[in-house]
Ligand binder design. Structure first.
Ligand SMILES: NC(=O)CCC(=O)C(=O)O
Length: 305
């Protein structure tokens, strides 16, 4: 499938909110997220960011039993205008207002979503807003987090969630940004396809845990970055040992040479990173794997982007 020409990649400033205080009270989760978006937008005394990111499942506790309780109907159809004021989703309204107030692009983490056409179907969904507050993109987690590591962690999103079926990205005046959610990063095909469709960066609202975080969090981001010669970032919630799920934290940004540009600890924190397109271009010029692929040798992989 071909896509339109991406925008020219220009320098931009990214702010990632490693959000804390995710409680059972959705209203207070939303209020806290909004307050932190305002704080991130101020640049905390430095340059204002262009794009702000929240973590996975920021308006609800993370766990399959919680998804049906917290799910909201969004009713977004790609390519069609969406009237935020008429939205049934409180979270969409709050995120839209926060993006508009702050005058920034906003990747609104993820929330449990109820399908507008089939109320039995729930998704783990990321929404994206322009600085005018328009809802411009939506990604439903494609690969559900179903794992079982005996004695360590068992988690089954598919108990209540359905996987998304599309690869999603959005254009800004400074870059084309691809979207994934957490476990999606384990699937190189999704990142590869997004990169081949012109994404300069892929951003994953995420929530790894204390078992897989130390093993694979950094490795996967560096792998996807170097495979595809793009910027990669995962934004985690802060760790809360009183919650049912213990998030790894360590919100991170990696450049196309697989260099870690920034990493948070595990407390609530905002990290800022200046994204430099020169690194993207020099990685691709110096090690031109993006133009050296041998689709004749691996015909199982389509040569079409
Ligand atoms: N929320 C998630 O998808 C967690 C993914 C995860 O921890 C992993 O190891 O993968």
């Amino acid at each position: 499938m071909s896509t339109s020409q991406p925008p020219t990649f220009k320098p931009f400033r990214l702010a990632l909110i490693q959000l804390g205080q995710v409680t059972s009270d959705k209203k207070s989760n939303l209020a806290h997220a909004r307050e932190m978006i305002g704080k991130a937008a101020s640049g905390e005394g430095a340059k204002k960011p262009d794009l702000i990111v929240l973590p996975e499942c920021f308006n609800s506790p993370y766990g399959h039993v919680h998804f049906p309780v917290y799910a909201e109907t969004i009713g977004y159809t790609p390519g069609q205008a969406y009237d935020v004021e008429k939205s049934e989703s409180d979270s969409v309204k709050v995120l839209s207002e926060a993006a508009k107030e702050a005058g920034v692009w906003l990747i609104g983490g993820s929330i449990p979503e109820r399908d507008a056409a089939d109320s039995h179907k729930l998704y783990n969904t990321c929404t994206v807003y322009s600085p005018k507050g328009d809802l411009v993109a939506l990604h439903r987690k494609v690969h559900l987090f179903d794992i079982d590591i005996p004695g360590k962690i068992t988690f089954k999103e598919s108990e209540t969630l359905t996987g998304g079926t599309t690869i999603n990205m959005f254009d800004t005046p400074f870059a084309r940004i691809g979207l994934g959610i957490c476990y999606d990063i384990r699937f190189p095909e999704l990142a590869m396809t997004a990169a081949r469709r012109g994404c300069h960066a892929i951003i994953y609202p995420s929530a790894f845990n204390l078992t897989t975080g130390p093993l694979h969090w950094e490795l996967l981001q560096r792998a996807r970055a170097v495979d595809n010669q793009i910027f990669v970032s995962m934004c985690s919630p802060a760790r809360d040992m009183s919650a049912g799920y213990h998030a790894w934290g360590h919100t991170m940004v990696v450049d196309p040479m697989a260099t870690v540009l920034a990493e948070a600890g595990h407390e609530e924190e905002i990290i800022y990173v200046d994204i430099d397109p020169a690194v993207f271009h020099s990685a691709r010029a110096g090690i031109p794997v993006t133009t050296q692929r041998r689709f004749d040798v691996y015909p199982d992989v389509s040569s079409a982007a």
